[in-house]
Write a protein that binds this ligand. Sequence first.
Ligand code: GSH
Length: 214
Amino acid sequence: MTELEIIGLPISTYVRAVRIAAQEKGVAYTLHPASPHSEPVNRISPAGRIPVMRHGGVELAESRAIAGYIDAVFDGPDLFPRDPVEAAKAEQWISLTNTVFDPLFIRRFLFAYIFPKGENGEPDRAVIDKAAEEMRPYFKAIDAALAETGYFAGKAPSFADWNLFTMMHYLRQMPESGEMLNASPNLLALHDRLAARESAEATLPPPPQEAASA
Ligand SMILES: N[C@@H](CCC(=O)N[C@@H](CS)C(=O)NCC(=O)O)C(=O)O
């Protein structure tokens, strides 16, 4: 059988999301650790970003494309809803997560903690406080969206949920975002349900501080 190869670092939220997608689908894969902009990554991703994937002659970049491929090509539980409205909802939250939440929650807020740029190598409080303030309404909107079924789309976990889950894993470990998560009962319940699944446990990343040396 043709091997599914996922290329990227286990600490990356996007790499973890596609590893979880493969595992939830019941597909065995080999993880080849490689940094962003390294040669094996650049060969597949025009942006040099992780993850990238190889399956026989198929090479793909971008987590949404990789998860969609895995869902379409292999048997197993659906990673994306089939109902058109639920499918559109899933896409909406994937897009928001990748284009709005990631730049704010991860690149501005979390990175201010793990790559500190303040005085004496301390995290820059002004950056953290400003980002945290901007994050609060998004946590409220996410929590409200999960109120009906507990998931972004339909009544079962989809890639939209996993995509945000991998970010929440890190955010729950930081004071302000941990407090926001604890004040968001539906999001916290989703996080805890997903964290208990085998796919989440099998892909548990190293502590965020290790990203600094990755
Ligand atoms: N849109 C990409 C984002 C992937 C991404 O940003 N990965 C990060 C690691 S978590 C990366 O490679 N960063 C390097 C960079 O931004 O240059 C996807 O969905 O796969």
